[in-house]
Structures are given as structure tokens and as C-alpha cells.
Ligand binder design. Structure first.
Ligand code: 5GP
Length: 168
């Protein structure tokens, strides 16, 4: 569709606190927050602080190559977390959005055999997601602009490179 869901850093701050509150109200006390990089890193950091959980792990998953364009399947990139890190632990998987849900399913399936309890928390969930997350801040069927990825990467803003400056 034409319209976008625009998340600002300010609203994100509120969203992640409300998401954490939903986890706490549910009585879930994760031993580890597992973030799906890169978008899930922001969510995982906010959740871990709000839930007073000092254990954050990270998994890299590559799926989207552009707006609405994906690889055939998401793939976990090296280094894959050690299974031992999750054995019999309560794991909260954190991501920015469950869209197709394939990314979350991949990570859930990776965890599910070895952990006591694995649940997922996302800021957004799309209606067609094949994984229904336990904790969702907002449901939408629109493409979401996240504050961390809406702008292009920064570039050196002019002037000579630092290493040449002295010589000039
Ligand atoms: P899924 O595997 O659920 O289809 O997609 C998961 C990942 O794709 C998300 O963590 C996110 O990085 C990216 N993604 C999916 N939908 C959107 C969207 O609407 N907006 C943005 N910016 N990224 C998205």
C-alpha cells in the first residue's frame, strides 16, 4: 500500500516500555533476551533494561534486501550463539517486527528444543505472520519506517581524511 507506519525514536521509547510492562504483567521473567540483529537490538536493549535482565545475546539474520524484497529464506549468519547459552533458560526473543514471521520462526526453532521457555516480543506484528508473538505492542499491515533505518548511512561530511589532515 501507499501508506507507511512511521515510528519515531520518541514513540519507540514509549513502545518498548509498554512492551516490557506486558511481559512483566504476564509474570514472565526472562533469564536472557535474545536480540535479532539488527533491528531487534534496539528492542532487546530497551526490554533488558526495563525488565532488569543483564543477559543479552544476539543472533544475526539476513532476510530483507529492500522494501518488500526478500531472500527466499532468512539465514542465520555466523557466529551462531552457542546452544549451551540457552539450555534450560527462559528466553525472550526480541525483534522490531514479525512480518512474514519467517525470521522469528527460524530463531524460535533454533531455541525451542533446548530451553525451558521461549517467548517472543516485537514492536509490530503483521496480520499474516506465521508466528504469533506472545508480546506485541501494535498490529499493522503497513510497511514500517523505523527510526534507525529510515535514513541512509552517514558519510564523511567533507574536508580531508583525518589521516591526511596534518600533512595539508
Ligand atoms: P520477517 O521474517 O518477519 O518477514 O521479517 C523480519 C525482518 O524483516 C524484520 O526484523 C525487519 O528487519 C524486516 N522487516 C519486515 N517488515 C518490515 C517493515 O515493514 N519495515 C521495515 N523497516 N523492516 C521490515
Amino acid at each position: 500500500g501507499e501508506t507507511r507506519e512511521n515510528l519515531t525514536y520518541e514513540v519507540f521509547g514509549t513502545a518498548v516500555r509498554e512492551l516490557a510492562q506486558a511481559v512483566a504483567d504476564d509474570g514472565f521473567e526472562p533469564d536472557v533476551v535474545l536480540s535479532i540483529a539488527r533491528g531487534g537490538v534496539f528492542v532487546a536493549g530497551g526490554l533488558a533494561y526495563a525488565l532488569d535482565c543483564k543477559n543479552i545475546h544476539l543472533v544475526n539474520v539476513e532476510f530483507y534486501t529492500g522494501v518488500g524484497t526478500t531472500l527466499e529464506m532468512p539465514v542465520m549468519l555466523a557466529p551462531v550463539p552457542n546452544a549451551i547459552d540457552f539450555t534450560e533458560k527462559k528466553v525472550l526473543i526480541a525483534d522490531d517486527v514479525a512480518d512474514t514471521g519467517k525470521t522469528l520462526k527460524l530463531v524460535r526453532d533454533f531455541c525451542i528444543d533446548q530451553v525451558a521457555d521461549v517467548r517472543s516480543a516485537v514492536i509490530y506484528e503483521k496480520p499474516h505472520s506465521l508466528v504469533k508473538c506472545e508480546y506485541v505492542w501494535k498490529k499493522t499491515d503497513q510497511w514500517i519506517n523505523f527510526p534507525w533505518s529510515v535514513l541512509p548511512p552517514v558519510h564523511r561530511s567533507g574536508g580531508a581524511p583525518r589521516e591526511n589532515r596534518e600533512a595539508l
